[in-house]
Write a protein that binds this ligand. Structure first.
Ligand SMILES: Cc1cc2nc3c(=O)[nH]c(=O)nc-3n(C[C@H](O)[C@H](O)[C@H](O)COP(=O)(O)O)c2cc1C
Length: 197
């Protein structure tokens, strides 16, 4: 597939069909991820692949996270929509045969960093973003749909505990085969987002 074709064909898939993804293809997708650039080529990332019976544990953690959110009073505006959207993401993770969690192995999830640590953190997260985008594009090339997920943050510490890590959890990505009926979402016009100097 032509590169621009793959970039423009990629879209978030939220409905998967019941078909497993072979480990060989998953290794190719994650292999595309680790080809991404990273600050000083440090490759401060780790990919945790959750599938099969382990999905149950992952979903229990998500469910607990959502239940906790429901008890928070400050969530008044758009509360119903917000919780429904978290539950929707959890449903997608249930349907997807595979979800990959991506961890920044160079930064801890603690507050109060020095400026240098903060800069490194920002750079590491950018590299992980590049790795994730590579995985999405590679998956697209194999006819596999993907969804980049940050809703896992609502169960952040429980996921970190499950992974037995105090490194920083950055995102998750669900993967699965799908019916190719997902419409492409509109983008802002270039004039709106680019300033030429
Ligand atoms: C960092 C990031 C986090 C996201 N988190 C979620 C999520 O938790 N749940 C979800 O349904 N979509 C999530 N998305 C997908 C976006 O909603 C989607 O990319 C956006 O609407 C544009 O649609 P497209 O990907 O089909 O072009 C996320 C995307 C990014 C880049």
């Amino acid at each position: 597939m032509d590169i621009m074709d793959a970039i423009s064909k990629r879209r978030s898939v939220r409905k998967f069909i019941d078909k497993d993804i072979g480990r060989d293809i998953l290794e190719k997708i994650i292999g595309a991820g680790v080809m991404a650039p990273s600050p000083k080529n440090m490759q401060n990332w780790k990919f945790i692949v959750v599938s099969g019976a382990k999905k149950g544990e992952m979903l229990d953690i998500m469910k607990k996270g959502i239940e906790n959110i429901k008890t928070i009073d400050q969530l008044s505006e758009g509360r119903e929509y917000f919780i429904a959207s978290l539950e929707h993401t959890m449903g997608i993770m249930k349907e997807a045969p595979v979800t990959v969690f991506v961890i920044n192995t160079a930064n801890k999830h603690v507050l109060g960093q020095t400026m240098q640590e903060k800069f490194y953190e920002m750079a590491n997260i950018q590299a992980i973003g590049a790795a994730i985008q590579n995985m999405l594009i590679a998956a697209c090339g194999y006819g596999i749909g993907s969804l980049w997920i940050s809703d896992i943050f609502f169960a952040y510490y429980d996921f970190c505990k499950w992974f037995n890590t105090d490194d920083q959890l950055v995102a998750a990505v669900s993967f699965g085969y799908f019916e190719d009926t997902v419409r492409r979402k509109k983008r802002k016009k270039l004039e709106e987002v680019v300033e030429w100097r």
